[in-house]
Design a protein around this ligand. Sequence first.
Ligand code: SAM
Length: 261
Amino acid sequence: MSKEKYHKARKRFGQNFLHDHNVIENIVANIQIEPDDHIVEIGPGKGALTKLILLSGVQLDIIEIDRDLIALLKQKFEAAENLQIISADALKFDFSSLPQKNEKIRIIGNLPYNISTPLLFHLFENFSCIQDMHFMLQKELVERVCADPGSKKYGRLSVMSQFYCSAESLFEVDPGSFTPSPKVLSAVVRLVPHSQPPVKVKSIINLNKIVTQAFSQRRKTLRKSLKPLISEEKIEALSIDSSLRAEAISLNDFAKLSNSL
Ligand code: SAM
C-alpha cells in the first residue's frame, strides 16, 4: 500500500498538499536556483516541491514536523545524496546551524498557515544567515507583509517584515491547487533580507515593543496607545503628529520613536 496515497492530511499541522504542477513549477522557477545554492525547505509534506528542487542537484535540507511524513520522505528520496531530512519543529529550529562556512541559506516553503506569522518572526531573528525566502502564504498575510502606511492591512507584521526584508508578492494561487483545498486564497511572496538596515535602530527589542504597543490599539491615536511607553510631548518633539493612528506611521518614524525609549 502506498504510504503517500494513504496519508490523511492533518489539520493541526496545516497540511494542504500542492498537486498543481504549474504552480509547483512556477514557484521553483521564481527561486532561480544556482548550482552553489544551499536550499532549506520548511514543511516538505509529501515532497511536491522537494522532488523538483532535488533535480537541480543543489544541497537541500528539509524540515518536517510530522513523523509519518518523515518516514514517507525517507522512503521516497532514499537515493538522493544531496538531501538532508530533518525531523523537527521549524518554530524551534536553529536555522543558523545550517549554513556551511560563510554561505547563506535560501529558505522556501508552502508554509502551514496556522503558524506562518510566528514562523516569519522566528526567521527574522536569524536573518543574517539567510540569502532570501520564497513562501506560499495566505494571500491576506502576503498583503499584510507588503502593505504600506495608510493601508488597512498595514500593521506590526508589515513594519517588522519591512525592517528586516524587502518584500514582493509574486503570484496568487487558487484553493483548487491543493489537497485538501484551503478556504482562503494563497499567494507566493519573495522576502530578501536587507544588506543594510533601511533605518537606524538602536535596539530591535525597543522597535518591536513600540510597534506592538502602537498596533495593540490600532484605532487609538499614538498619544493614547503609546502613553505607557512615551509621552505626547516626546512624540511631538520628534516631529511626529501624536494625533495620528499607528497605521499612518512609517517605519522611519517607528524607528525614531523606538530610539527615544
Ligand atoms: N510542501 C508541501 C506541499 O506543498 O505539498 C506541504 C505543505 S503543507 C501546507 C505544510 C507542511 O508543513 C506540512 O507537511 C506540515 O506537516 C508541515 N509543518 C507543519 N507545522 C510544522 C512545523 N512546526 N515545523 C515543520 N513542519 C511543519
